[in-house]
Every structure is written in structure tokens, then in C-alpha cells.
Ligand binder design. Structure first.
Ligand SMILES: [Fe+2]
Length: 206
């Protein structure tokens, strides 16, 4: 079955003023849609692969024929990454997390300010296009970045939360000021959704 573009869980203006409406419309309606269309195109004639959940397809990327593997990495990764991205944001949220996620972030990264600084650093230092991530790797929280649309799933890691640092994610409002975008981004992080993903990852269901 073909992959489909998920509906945004909020209106395109819901993340204003942190992420402007036009960026959301183009990012979801054109960029994410193109990833979905192109992974479907790459998997034409491969019903066994196209029937897998996108996360499974990426986890098992070595089983994808070499001729289409990079197209699946780019576009299947783009589909999975953006689906996660919409999920971990919302309007009228922000603040700091609480509960087991917050406890484990503090235990791993010292405190919440250090955690945020490390995510920002990962995003700022990613040269060109990519993502900064909080992942669960071998049962531990870890911050890293990936190039292009490379997905943590391909390395056996579960993406708890990630921030898109492609220019298409911020350029209309922030132009070349990626650090400012990364600072502002925290005000639209939906910690409830992130905590849900963390619980699922720990249970092996993400
Ligand atoms: Fe993006």
C-alpha cells in the first residue's frame, strides 16, 4: 500500500509566530508531499517492501535493492522524519517536560539547559541540510545529528524527537540565522507527544 501524507494535527498557522504559516504550508504541503510521492515511486513494483511501515522499511534498509536504496533513504527518510516532526510540535505549548522523560534527560545530560544547548549545538554544527536528534540508542538517551534525510532508524536508534535544520524549515522567517530558529523552536515543542514517543521507544514500539 502506498504511503500517504499525514494530515497536520493542527492548523498551518498554529505554530505562529515561531514557525510562520507560509513555511508550514510549503514544508508540509510541498516538501513532505514530495518525499511521500517519491518514496512511493521508488517502490513501484516492490509490493513486499511498499507494504512495510516506513519505520520498518528504514530499519531494514539493507534489504532494499541497491538500485533504489538511496531513493528510499532520501524520500522514505524524509517521510518518516517529517511525520515525527509534525507530531512533536503544537501551538500553545513549550515550557519544560515533566515525568520520566524529564528525569532521564536530567540524569543523562545534567540539567535541562545543558540538554537544550547540546541539541542546539548538534543543529548548528550540522553542515548543510539535516536534523538534530534525541534518540534512544541501546537503551540510553543520546543527542546526535544526521545529514540530509538520514533516519536514526537506519542505525537501530529510535528517534524520540528531532528538529529539522534544512533551510526550507526556517529560511522565510529566520533567513541564515539557524541558531535563532533553534532557540525559538523550544516554544513549539509538545512535550506530551515527546514523552509518549519516549515511552513507546522504551517499550520497543516506536
Ligand atoms: Fe523539512
Amino acid at each position: 500500500m502506498a504511503y500517504t501524507l499525514p494530515t497536520l494535527p493542527y492548523a498551518t498557522n498554529a505554530l505562529e509566530p515561531t514557525i510562520d504559516t507560509m513555511t508550514m504550508e510549503i514544508h508540509h504541503g510541498r516538501h513532505h508531499k514530495a518525499y511521500v510521492d517519491n518514496v512511493n515511486k521508488a517502490l513501484e513494483g516492490q509490493p513486499a517492501l511498499a507494504g512495510k511501515p516506513i519505520e520498518t522499511l528504514l530499519r531494514e534498509i539493507s534489504q532494499v535493492p541497491e538500485a533504489i536504496r538511496q531513493a528510499v533513504i532520501n524520500n522514505g527518510g524524509g517521510h518518516a522524519n517529517h511525520s515525527m516532526f509534525w507530531e512533536v510540535m503544537a501551538g500553545g505549548v513549550g515550557g519544560d517536560p515533566s515525568g520520566p522523560l524529564a528525569d532521564d534527560i536530567k540524569a543523562t545530560f545534567t540539567d535541562f539547559a545543558t540538554f537544550k544547548a547540546q541539541i542546539k549545538d548538534a543543529g548548528v554544527k550540522r553542515f548543510g541540510s539535516g536534523w538534530a536528534w534525541l534518540v534512544l540508542a541501546d537503551g540510553k538517551l543520546k543527542i546526535l545529528s544526521s545529514a540530509n534525510q538520514d533516519s536514526p532508524y537506519m542505525n537501530g536508534q529510535a528517534p524520540i524527537m528531532g528538529v529539522d535544520v534544512w533551510e526550507h524549515a526556517y529560511y522565510l522567517k529566520y533567513q541564515n540565522k539557524r541558531p535563532d530558529y533553534l532557540d525559538a523552536w523550544w516554544s513549539v515543542v509538545n512535550w506530551k507527544a515527546v514523552a509518549d514517543r519516549y515511552a513507546k521507544a522504551k517499550a520497543g514500539n516506536l
